[in-house]
Design a protein around this ligand. Structure first.
Ligand code: ADP
Length: 262
């Protein structure tokens, strides 16, 4: 009887606990949902005016700079730069809003990962060169991946772009990849390592959060929105992969990604 009574009380206590938790959670869940809906609506509404501004400003031929006063010329340059980053932020926000709503498609196809890695490294060469940053590519030959080609390319760009942004002049960035056995299957392991400023340990847990920037000024100056790593994480997780970071302040950062081959 005693055992029965204690089980009954335990059951009632658990039920009350669950009821209280679900009641307590309701406003949180609601505000979370409202925040996400706001994000989706705001990015959608901003898309048209920003793209009109962007294309309007692109029409102004900066080569004809002599037509403008120095002040107007500088102002136009700033406007072009700012609208470009606003357009990028809106498209990043829309991607995250679509992923929240579960409507962002992942288009799987087979492609040669090594070719993509080489192409991405080539295209950031100019950007890295400006800061005299040396780029290294360590490969393991050809690797066939079955994934969303566009998104995987975007992932590489986000990580390499950050590596360049947060590495001082004269530094080094290495993109390496290869196959490894994990959880009884072969996976593609990609790592992007830099010799940059690093990330203090108290920030590590937050860098994948939306809009989280360790140094807002530095990130903004280099065109950052604080959305890159949130998107990187979404891309990796939507492919059932994992992303990890290790960093030593003042010495550098390394991002490691594991992706199933298909
Ligand atoms: P941002 O657009 O600001 O670069 P991200 O989401 O890509 O936003 O990154 C979030 C923050 O993580 C950055 O603001 C920066 O402080 C930090 N971070 C990301 N990558 C690196 C890196 N390779 N080295 C040092 N800090 C980094």
């Amino acid at each position: 009887v005693l055992l029965g009574m204690s089980l009954l009380f335990a059951g009632i206590a658990i039920a009350i606990g669950q009821f209280m938790t679900s009641r307590a959670m309701k406003p949180i869940t609601r505000s979370y949902r409202m925040q996400r809906e706001f994000l989706a609506n705001a990015s959608h509404e901003l898309r048209t005016p920003i793209s009109i501004l962007k294309s309007g400003l692109e029409v102004i031929d900066m080569e004809e700079g002599s037509k403008f006063s120095e002040f107007t010329f500088e102002l136009l340059k700033d406007l072009q730069k700012e609208t470009k980053s606003a357009a990028k932020m809106v498209s990043d926000l829309m991607l995250l809003a679509r992923s929240d709503a579960g409507v962002q498609q992942i288009s799987y196809e087979s492609f040669e990962f090594s070719q993509m890695a080489e192409q991405v490294m080539r295209s950031i060469q100019g950007f890295a060169h400006v800061s005299q940053i040396k780029l290294n590519l360590q490969t393991q030959g050809s690797i066939l991946l079955f994934a969303d080609q566009e998104r995987i390319k975007q992932l590489l760009y986000i990580l390499l772009d950050n590596a360049v942004k947060y590495t001082p002049h004269g530094g080094e960035i290495t993109l390496s990849y290869g196959l490894m056995d994990a959880e009884h299957t072969q996976k593609l392991c990609i790592s992007v390592t830099d010799t940059g400023i690093g990330i203090e340990s108290e920030h590590i847990a937050h860098i994948f959060d939306r809009f989280y920037r360790v140094d807002k000024n530095r990130s903004r100056e280099s065109g950052g929105t604080g959305l890159g790593l949130a998107i990187a994480k979404w891309i990796v997780e939507s492919h059932r992969g994992s992303i990890q970071v290790s960093s030593t302040p003042g010495a550098g950062t390394s991002f490691t990604i594991l992706l199933p081959l298909k």
